[in-house]
Design a protein around this ligand. Structure first.
Ligand code: ZN
Length: 471
């Protein structure tokens, strides 16, 4: 029997390193971790050597915003886990953070969801909990300590029975105030869904203007001010309570400006946008497949969000993936369900389109991987290529392209709003802890081996830990 010093050598790639950018180097992998970053002429015995022929090697993408399960509340079985994470790894995502949604205490929900994921996830995964009851808020310290969940979503738009369709109770700003204070003390973070639903209710009573198409009409029914006002409010209360707040799925220039303004006075505010706000507009040809909350916006908003990626005022890009089946979408804009699958296009589209627009690669790597790792307590295990980190890697052909079709997205949703479009980048291999989840573009259907990510902190507490570690 031959023994080798390393399990794998990735030869001849251009590797993204935080200090030096794209660097000619070979990567050595042992026991799922990066064990060496060496020059090409350095001898090292590996069980397998794969020639990357000059392709680009980036830290695996981290999708910080995913919904799983047929009811988009909780993944319950192998299929819920397998198909959507297949979509993710095929697109270069190696870790995802999944929102669990329940009005029950989370101990039981968490165990069942974790088991479902462990039965078939291709990516590593952690959870955010959606909180809606006072019992939930009281349990936050235990959720962090015992379950390893340190980020909590709050739907600001669930007033009255607005959230009943998802089994979530109505809430108000008083609840949010308590939640912010409690999470701050626990080293955790609140991920608000910022929309002022009371204004939406008023606008709903006005005559509908569909003169510029269905997606534009949906945008007018939930305009950017609805998002921007809610972001102002949660940011103000976060500052007042010393909390960290992470505005999910920021869709508009007004929303981004609101967060920029608040952040200039108080640092622990963070901004996520989504692939679809960066690459689709109200003029997209996807019809009601593109219905989502917040809505797709006109081109000016898209340009503002790209500027935010370039200057760092957008922290992360998530997919807000959900696999709601196409039968719920093939209706008129007012009765179609909101949301669609997107984890599989997050990296190819953000990276490809970002580079085409001249956004520096370092900013794109940060927004699709490193920043999420840092904000959600996964760094430096995830989000970077360095010795000791997990060998979560995506090998990309930046000269290639990806034709986007529902079939290649693997999702149970069976459609994609990007159908027939092309991403200017091609995923060659995706490695999760040194294992080829995707090799030469082909998914390993035999051995999905995603593992649970227990997280100790998020937001300011997580960033403080990163700083301490880097001293
Ligand atoms: Zn979401």
């Amino acid at each position: 029997m031959t023994t080798h010093d390393y399990d794998l050598r990735l030869r001849g790639g251009r590797v993204f390193l935080h200090d030096t950018g794209l660097t000619d180097a070979d990567l050595l992998v042992r026991d799922g971790r990066i064990a060496g970053i060496v020059d090409r002429d350095v001898p090292a015995e590996a069980a397998e050597t794969v020639d990357l022929r000059g392709a680009t090697v980036l830290p695996g993408a981290i999708d910080p915003h995913v919904h799983l399960g047929k009811d988009i509340r909780v993944p319950r079985d192998r299929e819920d886990a397998e198909r959507e994470t297949a979509s993710a790894v095929a697109g270069g995502v190696t870790s995802m953070l999944v929102y669990l949604m329940s009005s029950e205490p989370y101990e039981q929900v968490h165990r069942a969801a974790r088991e479902a994921m462990e039965s078939g996830a291709h990516t590593d995964f952690g959870f955010h909990f959606v909180l809606g009851t006072d019992d939930h808020v009281r349990a936050v310290p235990a959720y962090v300590r015992e379950l390893g969940v340190a980020s909590f979503k709050f739907f600001m738009n669930f007033r009255g029975d607005e959230g009943a369709y998802l089994g979530m109770p109505g809430n108000d700003d008083g609840f949010m105030y308590d939640l912010l204070g409690t999470t701050a003390d626990a080293g955790a973070m609140v991920n608000p869904h910022p929309e002022n639903i009371e204004i939406v209710w008023r606008l709903r009573e006005r005559p509908r203007d569909e003169s510029q198409g269905a997606l534009h009409a949906w945008h007018l029914s939930r305009p950017p001010l609805v998002e921007a006002e809610a972001e102002q409010r949660v940011a103000y209360l976060a500052a007042a309570t010393g909390a960290s707040a992470y505005a999910v799925h920021t869709s508009s220039a007004a929303g981004l400006d609101a967060m920029r303004m608040q952040r200039s006075a108080y640092p622990n505010l963070f901004v996520e946008t989504c692939t679809h706000y960066l690459t689709l507009t109200t003029a997209a040809e996807c019809g009601t497949y593109g219905k989502v909350n917040p809505p797709l916006r006109p081109r000016e908003d898209q340009e503002a969000l790209w500027a935010g990626i370039a200057d760092g005022s957008v922290d992360t890009v998530g997919s807000d993936h959900n696999s709601r089946h196409r039968s719920f979408k093939e209706k008129d804009i007012w009765s179609a369900s909101a949301g669609f699958p997107g984890t599989g296009v997050l990296l190819p589209l953000t990276l490809g389109e970002g580079l085409r627009r001249g956004v520096p690669l370092a900013r794109l790597v940060d927004a699709t991987s490193t920043r999420s790792a840092k904000l959600f307590g996964l760094y430096p295990r995830k989000g970077t290529i360095r010795v000791g980190s997990d060998a979560d890697l995506v090998v990309v052909d930046l000269e290639g392209e990806t034709a986007i079709t529902a079939e290649r997205q693997h999702s149970a949703a069976e459609y994609t709003p990007w159908e027939g479009t092309t991403a200017p980048a091609r995923i060659v291999h995706t490695l999760v802890r040194g294992h080829f989840a995707v090799r030469d573009g082909k998914l390993d259907t035999e051995r999905p081996q995603g593992a649970y990510l227990h997280r100790e902190h998020s937001g300011a507490a997580a960033l403080a830990a990163v700083e301490k570690e880097e001293l």
